[in-house]
Design a protein around this ligand. Structure first.
Ligand SMILES: NC(=O)c1ccc[n+]([C@@H]2O[C@H](COP(=O)([O-])OP(=O)(O)OC[C@H]3O[C@@H](n4cnc5c(N)ncnc54)[C@H](O)[C@@H]3O)[C@@H](O)[C@H]2O)c1
Ligand SMILES: O=CCCC(=O)C(=O)O
Length: 526
């Protein structure tokens, strides 16, 4: 497929007039062709109107039809073949194996949501039949199902050009819920976005859905994103990116005459607790596996282990020696964009220049622009508690070890942490007591708690939580990965004494969709 540089507004390919966006190959610094047209208020208005016009029809598509649509998107992405991988490699600096894996995750995610849509429990069907004889008052017939919120604005993320972008988890879960989607493409990978966007656009047409189910808009800067979130026809937002960007969009959404939910995944330093017995038993192995997680994909994961906490002593010294050795020999991969590389270098320079922080190791330098030289720093619990700057995310392969005098201080530091996507315990059986003391704190701080693993690499499944209290996300009640992500885009409606032929299929007598429903309190296929 030849790239055109045009936006996709419903079924049309559309030329924009608001400047040009060029992808940059971060491994060379070279501009990539073609130029992509920037959109503006006119494109936002048209895409939102089409999305609104499509909403009532799309939300009442039969579960089977919506599932077939999600599967068509997955198939069309695979049909793009190697051209998609080659373009994504050029635009992101990510390696082929990583992007092929990410494509598998993206397609698998779409198919998983198709299965969820077919299964139907997301409809949350409940029926409390009328009790006309009840005294002192009769009960009316009450039936509840969940309906989609309306058109969703999705912001593609720079660090997962497939799995968190145009047809990534936000889009898949919004489609599954029955919401049309308007994507604001990330300017780091416009070609990848156009390719995937065309795959989605074709699926909409193949499935006979209204064209406004999907649009894709480009735009440098903040104006397109701001206009999209402010548009009254947009009813929810999915975002993965910087804390600054996410908070700005939360403010736009909150100031609307009708505020809407923003599901922004923003900033997390993912603490890892190295508990004493685990350190005593396997400090060297932990040092190596930590560096493997830290340097994966140049550390450009929101789940990257950005701080380590441990009780100081000889076992921690063994961990440090092993980690320093592994990190000192780690190559310098290309980062996603010059801006992300500059932010990483600035964050590392700030830590290196902090009088209460020691630089333990730096990775190898690399030839070429935008290289990520991994970094490991150390500080004390007191310094960490005193200095809020030490709690900020440095996006990339940088981590800070907090040497704590004892387990009590480990817990004090844990209590001071901001909200996190993950918290990890490296523990052996003899650490169970210490872990049990930390657990209530970690539950309050994080969306996912791991034992003896590393936080990078998020499973897409039913039990996953990729979320957490602010600033990890804007709304810690939800997840952006896994099938529970569909919940973000639904709301309940109760039908009281509504005549049978007006009821939605999900709530009709005889259960025509064969759903699991809660009937008078009992769950079953009633
Ligand atoms: N949490 C994560 O997973 C994650 C992922 C990628 C980047 N980041 C962080 O974000 C930094 C910048 O990277 P990025 O470009 O991917 O993220 P970003 O937040 O700058 O941009 C993400 C998207 O939001 C839009 N946007 C940003 N600010 C906006 C505003 N004020 N109003 C309207 N739209 C706005 C951008 O145009 C882009 O489409 C990185 O250095 C890193 O610190 C975090
Ligand atoms: O960067 C955010 C997502 C991280 C992720 O999905 C993973 O670690 O697999």
């Amino acid at each position: 497929m030849t790239l055109t540089g045009m936006m996709l507004i419903g079924a049309e390919s559309h030329r924009g007039r608001n400047g040009e966006i060029h992808a940059i190959d971060p491994s060379t610094g070279a501009k990539l062709e073609p130029a992509f047209d920037g959109g503006g208020a006119a494109e936002v208005d048209r895409a939102c109107q089409l999305a609104w016009d499509a909403f009532d029809r799309f939300r009442e598509t039969a579960p089977e039809d919506r599932a077939v649509f999600l599967e068509a998107v997955a198939r069309n992405i695979l049909d793009l073949g190697d051209a998609l991988i080659v373009r994504a490699m050029a635009e992101s600096g990510l390696l082929r194996a990583r992007l092929e894996g990410e494509r598998g995750r993206t397609v698998g995610q779409l198919r998983l949501f198709a299965a969820v849509v077919r299964e139907g429990s997301w409809l949350g069907a409940r029926i409390d039949p009328a009790l006309p004889e009840r005294a002192p008052l009769p009960r009316p017939d009450l039936r509840q199902r969940r309906i989609p919120l309306g058109p969703v604005a999705v912001f593609g993320a720079s660090n997962f050009p497939l799995a968190f972008s145009v047809a990534g988890g936000d889009t898949a879960s919004a489609f599954a819920a029955g919401c049309p989607v308007v994507v604001k493409a990330h300017s780091a990978h416009p070609g990848t976005s156009e390719l995937v966007g065309r795959a989605v656009q074709a699926a909409v047409a193949e499935c006979g859905l209204p064209e406004g189910v999907f649009s894709l808009i480009f735009g440098a800067g903040s104006s397109v994103g701001t206009a999209l979130v402010a548009d009254p026809r947009i009813r929810a937002v999915g975002f993965t990116g910087s804390r600054r960007g996410g908070v700005a969009l939360m403010e736009v959404a909150a100031k609307r005459p009708e505020p809407i939910p923003v599901y922004a995944e923003m900033s997390s330093i993912n603490p890892v607790f190295l508990l004493p017995a685990a350190l005593a038993a396997r400090a060297e192995a932990l040092g190596k596996s930590f560096v493997a997680s830290l340097t994966l994909g140049a550390g450009q994961f929101c789940t990257n282990p950005g701080i380590l906490l441990a009780v100081d002593g000889p076992d921690l010294d063994r961990f440090v020696a092993s980690a320093v050795d592994a990190l000192g020999g780690s190559a310098a991969p290309t980062m996603l964009t010059p801006g992300i590389h500059a932010a990483f270098d600035a964050g590392v320079a700030a830590l290196a220049g902090n009088a209460r922080v020691a630089t333990l190791a730096r990775g190898l330098d690399g030839d070429g622009p935008n290289r990520c030289r991994a970094a490991l720093f150390a500080t004390t619990a007191d310094a960490f508690l005193d200095d809020p700057a030490l709690r900020e995310e440095v996006f990339g392969a940088a981590s800070l070890l907090i040497r704590c005098p004892d387990l009590e201080s480990l817990r004090t530091v844990a209590e001071r942490l901001d909200g996190q996507l993950t918290a990890t315990l490296q523990m052996d059986a003899a650490d169970t007591g210490a872990a049990a003391v930390l657990l209530p704190t970690l539950e309050r701080k994080a969306g996912r708690i791991l034992a003896n693993g590393w936080p990078t690499g998020v499973e897409v499944c039913h039990a996953m939580v990729h979320g957490g209290p602010f600033p990890a996300t804007s709304d810690g009640r939800t997840t952006s990965v896994g099938t529970a992500a569909i919940e973000r885009f639904l709301r309940p409606v109760c039908y009281q004494d509504i005549p049978a032929d007006l009821l939605p299929q999900a709530l009709r007598d005889g259960n025509p969709l064969g759903l699991w429903r809660r009937f008078d309190g009992a769950l079953g296929r009633h």
